[in-house]
Write a protein that binds this ligand. Structure first.
Ligand code: ASC
Length: 145
């Protein structure tokens, strides 16, 4: 009996997690991830720009968090979720491969920043930071209202 209950419970969780995502939930999900991205990236930018004292430990921790977050937004860009409550443009659906490719660059470049941050050397961190910031901007220019 216990086994049957467990099986049914797990099947229910599995079926609601993929098929029944409502457009608004997907929008809220990706917005939440991007809020976290901003939360982590803000102090990184401020440290690189000298607006906040450089702290090697904080830099490394935030860069590691950012690299993990970079893998998450793409999942929220579901078909039919560009009409309401979003600044993501419908062109994302038309140019999906290009969009996904840019998200891949975001992953690669944040991983490189996390790696550079391990050095604790701002001279190594700065060029990696610039590559990440460029990736943010190029995606916003093309795909964000
Ligand atoms: C930020 C921020 C962005 C990016 C982008 C980089 O701090 O909020 O959207 O950097 O401006 O060019």
């Amino acid at each position: 009996m216990k086994k049957i209950v467990m099986t049914v419970a797990l099947a229910t969780i599995a079926s609601t997690s993929l098929a029944d995502v409502k457009p608004f939930e997907a929008v809220e999900y990706r917005k939440g991830i991007f809020k976290a991205v901003k939360w982590q990236f803000g102090p990184i930018a401020d440290m690189v720009k000298g607006k906040q004292d450089f702290n090697a430990e904080e830099m490394a921790s935030r860069a590691t968090n950012l690299a993990a977050l970079s893998k998450m937004p793409l999942d929220g860009f579901r078909a039919g979720t560009y009409a309401r409550a979003t600044s993501a443009l419908p062109v994302i659906e038309e140019k999906w491969d290009e969009f996904a490719g840019l998200m891949g660059k975001f992953e690669t470049n944040t991983a490189a920043l996390a790696e550079a941050a391990q050095s604790g050397d701002l001279k190594q961190i700065k060029p990696a930071f610039i590559q990440v910031a460029k990736t943010c901007k190029s995606c916003h220019d093309q795909y964000k209202d």
